[in-house]
Every structure is written in structure tokens, then in C-alpha cells.
Design a protein around this ligand. Structure first.
Ligand code: GCO
Length: 264
């Protein structure tokens, strides 16, 4: 099988929220496979510069852009700067996201709206403005980072589940509208991974930590680097006829009803 199928050499990949966690792991995988990484974050320029330095320390060609993915004006300005200073965007990974763990009955509407804004509306905003170039060039790859909550509910993450469920359908509809332009739009659905986002629920002795290890057929939390392969597959020729698909990388969580804790 020719490795050129998975070749991303010379491609430019914009990965939103790629200064840490899953975003950085997927971007790193693409970078080590030869893509130029356009790093995005919105917390601080220092954090972006530190991440860019980290990518470069591994021989990855990386450049950083600070912009708020939920602000259409900032997104349009950033994309035109990127296309002028770096070049065309061949791969877009909509990874930036937040979570607020509050029971729905106690959640402020403003908090609910903020989660929807960043986790669902932002992938629409960024994609809308990046895909215009892809459609003109008749080539492009878009990957939306979904979640177990695209399929399953969980106490206290209702807004997040609503956003991630919506993102699954947004992915399918983007594919419906853009596949004819040779733009493949798909999703990656991470299971439970060891990141700063899951730190509060991944503490030894925390009931949710034990629950996840028991609930996951792989019997462990995922390592962010476990997502690199899926990112490369959905960014390369190998997925040229894959559209509107959500690739779950979850250690088998969605494949099973789970088991009682006293069963091996
Ligand atoms: C949570 C977690 C999840 C995971 C991931 C699962 O509180 O349940 O943070 O949201 O991060 O999205 O797919």
C-alpha cells in the first residue's frame, strides 16, 4: 500500500485551539507527517509563542495566530492574514472548545449560550470563511472535533452535549453541501482522554475516574497522541471518498453497554 495515501507533506493545516491538549496532539501528528501547522489560541500571545516554540523544537514548521474563533470579524481578518503570510489553508481542524459542568436546572442561560457559541457556532464561522478558498481550489479537508457527548448524555454537561450533538449534524450537513466541491468534511469523536479538560474528573479515587476505566473496553484513559492517526487519515488522500463520517476514537466506549464493576 503506497504511503502517499496518507501524505500531508507541504499542506497547510489550521488547527483551532492547538496550544495544548487534543488540539496540540493532532497538530503535532500532522506536523511530524510534514504539514505546516497554523497554531491558534485565544488566551494569550505568550501561550501561542510557547506552543509554536514547542512545535519547532520537534522540527515542525509552525506559525501562530491569536484570534477568537467565536468572533466572525477576528476570524475573517485572521484567515486573510494567514492566506497572505502562510498560504492556502488545505486542512482545517475545528478543535477549540470549552465545557461547563453544571446541572441544567442550575445553569445560567449566558453559560449555556457561551458553550454553544464556542463549541458549535465557531466551527460554522471558521469553516464558512476557510472553505470559500477550498471550494475555489476544488480541494480541502475539514475535521470537526465531536465527543462522546455527540451520542451520549451525561449529568452536568448538558450544554456541551447539545453543542457536540449539533456539531455531528453540522458536520453531516457541511459534507452534504461541500462534498461536490471535493471538500471532505468529517468528524473525530474522542472518548475520554488524559487532558487538562478532564483533569478534575480523572483524579485517583474520583468515582468518575473509576467509572471511565470500567466503562471503557480498553480499560484506560486515552493518550492524546492516540488521535494523531485519525487526524492524518481524515486530512489525506486516504479519505478522499469519506464524507460526513464521525470517526470515534474512544477505546470502545460506544461499542458497549458497559459492565458491572465486579466483572473483568
Ligand atoms: C466530561 C468530559 C467529556 C470529554 C469528552 C468525551 O466532562 O464528560 O470532559 O466531555 O472531554 O468530550 O468525549
Amino acid at each position: 500500500m503506497s504511503t502517499s495515501l496518507f501524505n500531508v507533506k507541504g499542506k497547510n493545516a489550521l488547527v483551532t485551539g492547538s496550544t495544548h491538549g487534543l488540539g496540540m496532539a493532532m497538530a503535532r501528528g500532522l506536523g511530524l507527517a510534514g504539514a505546516t501547522i497554523i497554531v491558534n489560541g485565544n488566551s494569550s500571545q505568550e501561550k501561542i509563542d510557547k506552543a509554536v516554540a514547542e512545535y519547532k523544537s520537534e522540527g515542525i514548521n509552525a506559525v501562530g495566530y491569536k484570534f477568537n474563533v467565536a468572533d466572525e470579524g477576528q476570524v475573517m481578518k485572521a484567515i486573510s492574514m494567514i492566506e497572505t503570510e502562510v498560504g492556502q489553508i488545505d486542512i482545517l481542524i475545528n478543535n477549540a472548545g470549552i465545557i461547563k459542568r453544571t446541572p441544567l436546572i442550575d445553569m445560567e442561560v449566558s453559560d449555556f449560550k457561551q458553550v454553544i457559541d464556542i463549541d458549535l457556532v465557531s466551527p460554522f464561522i471558521v469553516s464558512k470563511h476557510v472553505v470559500k478558498g477550498m471550494i475555489a481550489r476544488k480541494a480541502g479537508k475539514v475535521i470537526n472535533i465531536c465527543s462522546m457527548m455527540s451520542e451520549l448524555g451525561r449529568n452536568s454537561v448538558g450544554a456541551y452535549a447539545a453543542a457536540k450533538g449539533g456539531l455531528k449534524m453540522l458536520t453531516q450537513n457541511m459534507a452534504t453541501e461541500w462534498a461536490k466541491h471535493n471538500v471532505q468534511v468529517n468528524g473525530i469523536g474522542p472518548g475520554y482522554f488524559a487532558t487538562s479538560q478532564t483533569e478534575p474528573i480523572r483524579v485517583d479515587g474520583h468515582p468518575f475516574n473509576d467509572f471511565i476505566i470500567n466503562r471503557t473496553p480498553a480499560a484506560k484513559w486515552g493518550d492524546p497522541n492516540d488521535l494523531a492517526g485519525a487526524a492524518i487519515f481524515l486530512s489525506s488522500k486516504a479519505s478522499d471518498f469519506v464524507n460526513g463520517h464521525i470517526l470515534y476514537v474512544d477505546g470502545g466506549i460506544l461499542a458497549t453497554i458497559g459492565k458491572p464493576s465486579n466483572e473483568d
